[in-house]
Each structure stands twice: as structure tokens, then as C-alpha cells.
Design a binder for this molecule. Sequence first.
Ligand SMILES: [Zn+2]
Length: 382
Amino acid sequence: MNDISEINAVSYSTGKPVRIRISGGFIRDIMETGHTEGDPDLLVAPGLFDNQVNGFRGADFSDTDLKIHEMRQAVDALNAEGVTSFFPTVLTNSHENLLRIFKNLSNSLSDERVKDSIPGFHLEGPYISPESGYYGCHPAGFIRKPSWDEFAMYQEAAEGKIREVTISPETDESFEFIKKCTSEGVVVAIGHTNASTDQINKAVDNGARLSTHLGNGCANMIHRHNNPLWPQLANDLLITTFIADGHHLTPEEIRVFYRVKGPAKLILTSDITHLSGLKPGNYMFFGSRIVMTDDGLIKNPVLDCLAGASLPLRTGIGNVMKFTGCPPGEAFNMASANVAEAFGITDRGTLEPGRRADLVLFERNGYEIVIKQVFVKGRRVL
Ligand SMILES: [Zn+2]
């Protein structure tokens, strides 16, 4: 099939004009042109990859009745935000519900467009800390110790598509579980945890490689020396994933993450919920009233705590540049190349020949990323 198409824009990382030729859904070649053809303000970056998306625009991926068309709408809406790959993320729930949820999610992949944007699923919980302050808004009654036999049932329902599991290595069962997951190609992340330094290091020794939304899923009052943050920051084998919506972490925390880990060991996640993309106002969530404000804050006004995020990944990219002073290339890689690499999903994530033509064309308005065009596997979706 001779279907070569061309895109001319300015490279997100080098700042130089490039011509990208696409064929059969993949990047055929990329060349610097030496001069700008077309709009000099139009930049091109790899499509964004978000490994933590709980839902979008009304579709809740932990809904036991999620329909394929609802997932398709969420995929289309996320694509329009520049997100060309994401992991639907499933929270702590009962055994029966988790089986149903993963069955629904794997069924939704029968839609070709859904499948193109969903290379895997993320199970966040139920194997997390039972201590309040650490489990966050996960339903405490369903939190339990890691069990490989149980997880294998979820993986079967998911048709092998669970690529990431977030656990707290607070129990002896954790380490064998981590070893098993790692040997089966499932990436283990440490999160919602009050594990000790020894437990965190042992988890890493057994294969854990990520920290889930570091600095969140943590109690407000912690010991200044012995807490779960220092050992995760200090362990060079752990990649830090973090939320940069301007509400979940302070600019100083993000600057410290950047300096300690460096740009290659950071992954930006949105952690958005199904309320993201809806109008600000009052909603019911986990049986409680929560409020979404104009600036994207979602909180439970009674408990005075955050109840998820609502701002898309592109907002986080702008914030990382603003908070750390890093160049756009580094910030975009935290939301694309670094993610694909961490999960060994090597067909996408960079602007290189042979990779999928997942592209986002955008303009910058200060630190705001304005998405102009999006391509998934070479097909224009915006
Ligand atoms: Zn969480």
C-alpha cells in the first residue's frame, strides 16, 4: 500500500523544523528540513501515554456495567486531548466486581479504535495499605493482602492485558507476589503505602520499578525521617510517577523529584477520574458529595480531601516546565517516551522511523499546551 503522507512541523525536542513521512500507520522517516514549511508555531511531539486514567468524560473504567460505546467515547475524547495511549486504571473493589470490570475492559478492545489506544490496564489496589491516610479514597473494606492466585483470575478476565499493578509491600506476601508479576511481565508499582525502608528496598530487589503518584496516597502527618517518601526517592531503581495538576503536589515537591530522579526517571500521570471533562459542580462519588471547581480541583468538602484529578496530561506537561524550568522535550518525554520504555511497549513513544505514527501537533501559549492535530497509528483523529 503506497499511502505515504507528510507532516511538517517543528520538533518538540530540538526546536528545528522537520518533515515526518508516514506509511501504513508507522513513521517511515523524519528529516530536518532546515526551513519552516507551513506554520512556524506548530510543534510536533510523540502522542501522549498516560498510565493512570480512572475514567473520562462520564465513563468510569471501574464501572461494572461499562459499555463498549462508552469506552469508545472516552477514547475519542482522550485522543482529542493528545493522549494516544493510556491504561484504564481500576481501583480497589470486591473480587466479583474486579472480575466483571476486567471482563468489560477486555471486551471493549473488540472496538479497533479502542484497542489502538489501550495497550494495557493498570490495577491500583486492592493490595494496598489498610491504614487510613494511605489508602486515600479507595474503599477500605475491600483492601487485602496480595494473592497471586487471585490476581491470575483478574489477568485471565483481562485476557493478559494487565500491564501494571500498584501494591503496598507492607506484608510478607508482597515479595513473592512482586517476583511472580515481574516474571510474567507485569510491572509492579509501589503506592498507597506506609511500607518501611526495608520493605521498599526488598520490593525493589524483587522487581518493583515504579512509584505510583509519589507524594499522594500518603497520610498528612508522617515521621520526618522514617516515612515512605525518602526511601522511594533515594532508590535509583525506582521511577517516580507523579501528578502535576497544580493541586496534588507543590511546585517545590516536583522540583525536588526532578532534581533527585532526573528527567529520564520521571513519568507524568493525570490520574483523572470520570468527572474529568465534565462541567464544574457537585457530583456523587463513592457515596459522598464531592465538588469540582473551575480550576480543576475535585474535593470532598466534608472530609476536606482531594477526590481524584480532573486536568488532562497536557496541563501537567505545562506545569512541569513552569515548576522545574525544564525544556519541552524533557516534559513531553515524561508523558510519552519514558512511559513506553518503562512498560516495554516499544512500538510507540518516540519520533523515530519504525515507531507507530502516534503524533500530537500543538502550539504553546506560555505554559499552556494547545492541541491542534492528533494522529493515532497514522490516522488523523483531531
Ligand atoms: Zn491512587
